[in-house]
Design a protein around this ligand. Sequence first.
Ligand SMILES: Nc1ncnc2c1ncn2[C@@H]1O[C@H](COP(=O)(O)OP(=O)(O)OP(=O)(O)O)[C@@H](O)[C@H]1O
Length: 252
Amino acid sequence: MTGYVIETRNLTKSFTGFTAVDDVSLQVKQGTIHALIGPNGAGKSTMFNLITKFLQPTSGNILLDGEDITRKKPSQIARMGAVRSFQISSVFPHLTLLENIRVALQRKMHNSYHFWKSETGLNVLNDEARSILANVGLEDAENNLAAELPYGRKRLLELATTLALQPKVLLLDEPMAGMGTGDVNRVADIIRRVAEGRTVLMVEHNLNVVADLSDTITVLQRGAVLAEGPYEQVSRNKDVISAYMGAAHHDD
Ligand SMILES: Nc1ncnc2c1ncn2[C@@H]1O[C@H](COP(=O)(O)OP(=O)(O)OP(=O)(O)O)[C@@H](O)[C@H]1O
């Protein structure tokens, strides 16, 4: 055991003629919220896709709870408790919210299918689904169709279907993307709440959210780690400031 929930060792990903992630050794401690940030093109998405097994690395290793997962598939690491939410829609638009969570719960419990067919089993399932909906503040909409939800609440439903799988590690890809201020604050509160007893690794552009939620921040630039630490520390780092100012300059 390494003592880290997620660890990468000398992780590298090259696309033809271009190294997007360059020798990154990342360590995510158990029970923490860890954010990956960096200017556009820094390699955050590539890094996240490598860790969640959506991309295969060119070289290096990835460990989950000390076990080498470098050659595993996303479904295999999900069964090991590391589940990716957002950007991948796990929501059925024409089912109600309660039904969506029930489907996710049934997927998790598929081995005990006969139990769920019984009246008692179904009630237990509904109670569990309701408590998960309440956890993300959607308890008032259990009979609404998922398709009818506004964008921010749809993303909360996605988070809820992920929580139904009872992940040990929650992998969040830009949880605040496309959200207005009100939703951002609400989702930040919910992430903080659901992070209790879990480890969260997220890529997020909204630095206020990152500052507010993260225990540790890793700043990437041009595929490599530029700085790492708590927000107060990395936000004062001269290299980080100039990387962001440089990026802002180029973007404008
Ligand atoms: N499939 C690919 N083929 C070639 N180059 C790629 C591919 N995917 C990413 N890249 C390049 O790798 C670099 C890092 O991209 P990546 O999307 O990981 O950065 P990012 O930090 O997530 O950026 P952003 O904040 O803009 O989303 C970029 O220069 C990008 O053009």
